[in-house]
Design a protein around this ligand. Structure first.
Ligand SMILES: C[S@@+](CC[C@H](N)C(=O)[O-])C[C@H]1O[C@@H](n2cnc3c(N)ncnc32)[C@H](O)[C@@H]1O
Length: 314
């Protein structure tokens, strides 16, 4: 059960995993009408956004079944423009026909959209999952300083994607401390000057500091030792894409998987990725002393992931 890569269609592989056996799922499904992963059963080449969303909802219903009651799903997804495909008119000069057969974006029409309209895939999916019983808890913006170049001149270039945090139940495992971020120096100075809250306003207790401060709020009352240097993680994450030399075109950066896994899965727990690709989720899970189960349709990517991560264990 532990540390496995399954070379199969996600839906069918998930159906064979036991109920409530997984701590958290971190994944990035194929985006709509963007890439061709070269196999008939692949998701992302459906004729309409509705069909695409329908297939993903079915897959994530199975993910919900195999998640523990306190489990979470961290779902990375991006949007597509109607009629032009997600890459717009951009062609990589080094790979004009695409790499590894992952060639052109499709130019599907979408109901209610004109050519050039954004379809709104991320929110279509988020609402569909919410309607299917998931608790939609956060829309995290993954911001990139090094986004894919676009040759457009009639709108801003895109530099973010969504990561939806969805939970199986109303209360769930979420380790806020492990992903807390440093407070701004100006905030620390404000607290020390007595203008902060009497408690840790940033909501992150511990971290080797006192848990709360019940002193009068007068200037100069707080010392460095009193002020937690951390605040609760915010919902815009600046993480640059990392060039990956393997043969997979759409790997997400390890830092992204790391943040989700730390918050969503305790040490020794199991992380699932039903669209495993080059296995970034598994690689990071191992580094963080968690176990992983990866599902991937394309056998070449499974081989790539195996080589990248090292041994599987049973
Ligand atoms: C966006 S990529 C995932 C990349 C991955 N996060 C990484 O870091 O390498 C999506 C993956 O889903 C796979 N895929 C497409 N349809 C699938 C299906 N029906 N079942 C399982 N995997 C599928 C594709 O082959 C592709 O590798």
């Amino acid at each position: 059960m532990m540390d496995r890569i399954i070379n199969r269609d996600a839906l069918y592989a998930l159906r064979e995993l036991p109920y409530e056996s997984i701590h958290c799922c971190v994944t990035s499904p194929p985006y709509y009408a963007l890439r061709d992963y070269g196999l008939d059963a692949q998701i992302g080449r459906e004729n309409t956004p509705e069909e695409y969303i329908g297939r993903l909802v079915e897959v994530f219903r199975e993910v919900k079944r195999v998640l523990r009651q306190d489990g979470t799903l961290w779902l990375n997804i991006s949007d597509t423009y109607c009629g032009t495909g997600s890459k717009g008119s951009y062609t990589d000069p080094l790979n004009p026909k695409g790499r590894n057969g992952q060639s052109v974006s499709l130019a599907h029409k979408a109901n209610g959209c004109k050519k050039k309209d954004l379809i709104g895939i991320p929110w279509m999916l988020a609402f569909a999952l919410r309607a299917d019983g998931w608790f939609l808890r956060s829309d995290i913006i993954w911001q990139k300083e090094n986004p894919m170049p676009e040759s457009i001149k009639d709108r801003p270039s895109r530099c973010y994607e969504h990561i939806f945090l969805l939970a199986k139940s109303k209360s769930y495992y979420y380790d806020a401390t492990s992903i807390a971020e440093p407070i701004a120096p100006s905030t620390a100075a404000r607290y020390k000057a007595g203008r902060g809250s009497g408690k840790y306003a940033n909501g992150i207790p511990g971290q080797g500091k006192v848990q709360s401060i019940n002193r009068p709020r007068t200037a100069g009352t707080f010392t460095d030792a009193d002020v937690s240097p951390f605040r609760n993680k915010r919902d815009v994450w600046l993480i640059n894409t990392v060039p990956y030399k393997g043969a997979h075109f759409a790997a997400f950066p390890p830092k992204l998987a790391e943040t989700c896994i730390k918050a969503g899965c305790p040490e020794g727990g199991i992380v699932l990725d039903p669209f495993f690709g080059s296995g970034t989720t598994g690689l990071v899970a191992k580094e963080l002393d968690r176990h992983y189960i990866g599902i991937e349709l394309n056998s070449e990517y499974c081989a790539l992931a195996r080589a990248r991560i090292g041994g599987e264990t049973k």
